[in-house]
Each structure stands twice: as structure tokens, then as C-alpha cells.
Design a protein around this ligand. Structure first.
Ligand SMILES: Cc1cc2nc3c(=O)[nH]c(=O)nc-3n(C[C@H](O)[C@H](O)[C@H](O)COP(=O)(O)OP(=O)(O)OC[C@H]3O[C@@H](n4cnc5c(N)ncnc54)[C@H](O)[C@@H]3O)c2cc1C
Length: 449
């Protein structure tokens, strides 16, 4: 009989990995708290179609997806809109999350994966440093490897002891708070700009998007701090001023949710355990890429598992997964966290200034399916960015915010590049401290401006 694998939570990356591993003879069981047929949210998602291929998932039927519209970005005063120009061959696709989940579950079942629904995972089960199972409201279950795909608040990751070296929670400033709903369309007329993204709308921190669809208008409001329904209403009133077609009746959705807004876990594996997707903080909020990153990570994890011929699934063997992930995706995500934190510190007028003076251009917002979301920011060489700012501003406060952030990005790139090639407890602990300390240092530096 093949080795036993538990996938904790039916996250995207977990389902993709489950199918690939079951096809290779592993006995894979997914434990999920939601009932069968009720996974995900009532909304659409945007992601790179190539990620499906990378994870061995068939493309959905053509009628289930459309190509994403170019977005137009506005700063607070809305004076200089910046419109993306994503090349056609790099367009992301948009599809219903329920349809995507159906595809993933069907693919997993067809590959031999077993599902246990309505099963609430409570904690990991450990022997020493090794994760050997999960404790749930339906009993205890054991396996040779636990793949943690239970999202931002995974009870498996949260319950790991310190000696595993894995952070238990997203930490301070680690969450992005989001409200999303689809409203009726108050007019038949389709606006010229169908997909608008407002940064610091109405001088409030965070962002909002308004996307005009066929029968409804998709609204997302996101902040770095929690907010309530009264705030949503205030926000909607503001958005309606420049979007008269945005109706008042909620047609779908209407939930408050959270997305990780931090660097990926410094250590995402330990003996018998690997985290994937939001549970390992692989997401770039504002413009989603969590789904594509989770799919790509699934392929990396599966390759590592298949290379582990003895089926030990020790931290040492699983380290190949983390290494691969950091080389291809993780280090860029870590750097982007600096950009996000900088956004938290920049004043609305400063962003207006950067839009108006061309410090930020449409190129920086042109994000294709082949690039990481917001990666355009990291492609600007630090010296160039500082140069752009210096040339264009006497605003010392803005410079004081940008320069440490740019240096922070440089330092993080160096640290990420020095990730140990082989696992040893000492080397990994040392590296993860440097990664987190330097990161923490950067944040402190930026916050102190
Ligand atoms: C409003 C919003 C819009 C988004 N839009 C996009 C987008 O357009 N494109 C994109 O790429 N990303 C988007 N994302 C991010 C994306 O949802 C995630 O990055 C992606 O789903 C990866 O997360 P995951 O699958 O690992 O975790 P999750 O989606 O959180 O899935 C975790 C699973 O584990 C289950 N689970 C959790 N706890 C337990 C428990 N205790 N017991 C049993 N089961 C449990 C959950 O029920 C769930 O099924 C968006 C997120 C939000 C909130």
C-alpha cells in the first residue's frame, strides 16, 4: 500500500498536490470543514491559466472563463489615471470560484483522492518534532505526511511547537481585511473603464476596486485594519460618485474576509509537515496571485515528495520544496511585502504626487499572468527609483520614506538569495532568523519614518 498523506483543508494548492500524488500511488485523504459541494466563496477569481497546467489540472471548459480586463488605477485625487496594457498572450483568466473548486475536486476524485467533509481540524498531532496526524471533531487521523492547505488561520500551523521553527500566525500587520460584494447595475450603460482600482480612496488607507460586469458590479474594499458595515456604506457612497452604474442591492457575496499580507513563512516544512497556499502566506493581495502561486507550489511540493524515495518526509527531505519555492516565487513575494508596507506609510497626497510626476507609471501597474502581481515594482532598479524620486521632488518626507524602503528591498533580495541549499537545523534556523530579523528591521525602519 502507498504511503498515507493527509491534506488538511481543501485549499487550492492542497487539492492540486493531492491529485498529483494520488496518481502516483499515494493514499491521499482531504479533510475539509465545509460540506461537499460548498467549497469557496460566491465570487470570481483571476489567475494565470499557466498555473493550472503547471499543476497538471485540465483547463476548464471555455464557457467557464473570460479574460481579465485591463485595470485602470487611480490615486486619491483621481487626476492621472494609469491604465494597464497587459499583452494579450499574458492575460489572466477570470472564473467563478465555485467552478474552479468543482474542477479541482473532480480532478482529485478522478485521481483517487478521498474526501472527508464537514470535519473540523483542531490541531496537529506530534511525536517529538514530527507531525504524525491531525486531531479533528471526527477523531484523530494519522499519516506519513501532512500537507497543510487550511488557509491563513490554519489550526495545524498554529498548533506547531516552537521547536519546529515555523511561525504560528501571520503576526502584526500580517492580514489584509477585505469586503467583497456584487451589486446590481443601476444603468445599462457600460462605463468606458470597466475595471477601476482606487488607491487610498477618499484619503482613506487601503484600496477599492469597482468592476463593471454584465449583470452586476463587482466591488472589493480592502484595508490593513478591520472595518465594519457602516464604513462599507460610506465607501460605497464615495464610489457611486464616479460609478453611477453601481447599484444599492447586493446580488451576490457580501462577506468580510482576510488575506495574508506578509512575507512567506521563513520555514514552511518540518518533519512530516509541509505548508502550502495561504497557510504558508504565498499570497499577494490587492491583485490576487494566491491561487496561481498555490498551484505552482503544488508541483514543487509533489516533485520533492517524489524525490524522497525512502518516504521519510523529514524536514531535510522536504526542504527541496521550500528551496524551489523561494527561488522561483518566495523571494519576490518577500520583497513585495516591503512595497506593501511602504504603501501603508505613504500619505494619499504623496501617492497623488507620484502619479502626477511620473514616478509611478502605467508600466508599474501592468501585471500580466506571467509575472507576479506588483512585481513591476521590484523590477525598477533601486537606484533608478531613488533617482526618479530625487529628480522630481523636493519632498524630503517622501524621500525619507522611499529610500529606506528601497534599501530594505535590496537587503531582502540578498538574504533571500542566501537560503541554505541543503537542510541542517542550525543553518535553517540561522537563515530564518536573518530573513525575519532583517525583515523586521526593515519594517521597523520604515515605520519609524
Ligand atoms: C476577496 C478575495 C478575493 C480574492 N481574489 C483572488 C483572485 O482573484 N486571484 C487569486 O489568485 N487569489 C485571490 N484571493 C486569494 C485566494 O483566495 C487565496 O490566496 C487562495 O485561495 C489560496 O489559499 P488556500 O487555498 O491556500 O486557502 P483557503 O482558500 O483559505 O482554503 C483553505 C481551506 O481550508 C479549509 N479549512 C480551514 N480551516 C479548517 C479547519 N479548521 N478544518 C477543516 N478545514 C479547514 C477551508 O474551509 C478552505 O476550504 C482572494 C482572496 C479574497 C479574500
Amino acid at each position: 500500500m502507498g504511503k498515507q498523506i493527509i491534506v488538511a483543508g481543501a485549499g487550492h494548492g492542497g487539492l492540486a498536490a493531492a491529485a498529483l500524488l494520488a496518481r502516483r500511488g499515494f493514499q491521499v485523504t482531504v479533510y475539509e470543514r465545509n460540506p461537499e459541494g460548498q467549497l469557496g466563496y460566491d465570487w470570481t477569481d483571476i489567475f494565470a491559466p499557466g498555473a493550472l497546467k503547471a499543476a497538471g489540472i485540465p483547463m476548464p471548459p471555455r464557457e467557464q472563463y473570460s479574460y481579465k480586463e485591463n485595470m485602470t488605477f487611480y490615486s486619491t485625487n483621481q487626476a492621472v489615471p494609469l491604465r494597464q496594457h497587459v499583452p494579450e498572450d499574458q492575460l489572466e483568466i477570470k472564473m467563478e470560484r465555485h467552478d474552479l473548486y468543482s474542477l479541482l475536486v473532480h480532478n482529485a476524485c478522478a485521481s483517487g483522492v478521498r474526501f472527508v467533509y464537514e470535519c473540523n481540524i483542531e490541531a496537529p498531532i506530534l511525536v517529538g518534532n514530527r507531525v504524525i496526524g491531525i486531531k479533528t471533531d471526527k477523531g484523530e487521523f494519522f499519516a506519513d505526511l501532512i500537507i497543510d492547505a487550511a488557509g491563513i488561520d490554519s489550526p495545524v500551523r498554529s498548533g506547531l511547537p516552537k521547536m519546529c521553527g515555523i511561525e504560528n500566525d501571520p503576526g502584526e500587520n500580517g492580514r489584509f481585511y477585505v469586503y467583497r460584494a456584487f451589486y446590481n447595475r443601476a444603468s445599462e450603460e457600460m462605463p468606458e473603464e470597466r475595471y477601476k482600482v482606487y488607491l487610498f480612496p477618499e484619503e482613506r488607507e487601503g484600496m477599492a476596486w469597482v468592476a463593471a460586469e454584465g449583470e452586476y458590479t463587482d466591488v472589493l474594499i480592502g484595508r490593513f485594519a478591520p472595518f465594519d458595515s457602516a464604513e462599507v456604506e460610506r465607501h460605497l457612497a464615495f464610489l457611486r460618485k464616479s460609478n453611477p452604474a453601481l447599484g444599492t442591492e447586493i446580488v451576490r457575496g457580501g462577506q468580510f474576509v482576510q488575506i495574508p499580507v506578509r512575507q512567506p513563512l521563513a520555514v514552511m516544512v518540518c518533519d512530516g509537515y509541509a505548508a502550502i497556499g495561504d497557510s504558508a502566506f504565498m499570497t499577494v493581495p490587492i491583485i490576487g496571485s494566491g491561487i496561481a502561486n498555490a498551484f505552482k507550489a503544488a508541483r514543487m511540493l509533489v516533485n520533492t515528495v517524489l524525490n524522497d524515495e525512502d518516504g521519510e518526509f523529514s524536514a531535510e527531505k522536504l526542504w527541496g520544496y521550500q528551496l524551489d519555492f523561494f527561488r522561483h516565487i518566495g523571494s519576490d513575494l518577500a520583497v513585495l511585502t516591503c512595497v506593501k508596507r511602504l504603501l501603508m506609510k505613504i500619505m494619499p497626497q504623496e501617492l497623488d504626487y507620484m502619479f502626477e510626476k511620473g514616478i509611478l507609471t502605467a508600466d508599474e501597474f501592468t501585471i500580466g499572468a506571467n509575472t507576479l502581481s506588483l512585481s513591476a515594482f521590484i523590477r525598477i532598479p533601486p537606484v533608478d527609483l531613488i533617482g526618479r524620486v530625487k529628480m522630481l521632488t523636493d519632498d524630503k518626507t517622501l524621500l525619507k520614506k522611499l529610500i529606506p524602503a528601497v534599501f530594505a528591498i535590496g537587503r531582502l533580495k540578498t538574504i533571500a538569495a542566501t537560503i541554505p541549499k541543503k537542510w541542517s537545523r542550525q543553518r535553517v534556523i540561522l537563515w530564518s532568523r536573518r530573513y525575519l530579523d532583517v525583515f523586521q528591521g526593515n519594517i521597523t525602519l520604515m515605520l519609524s519614518v
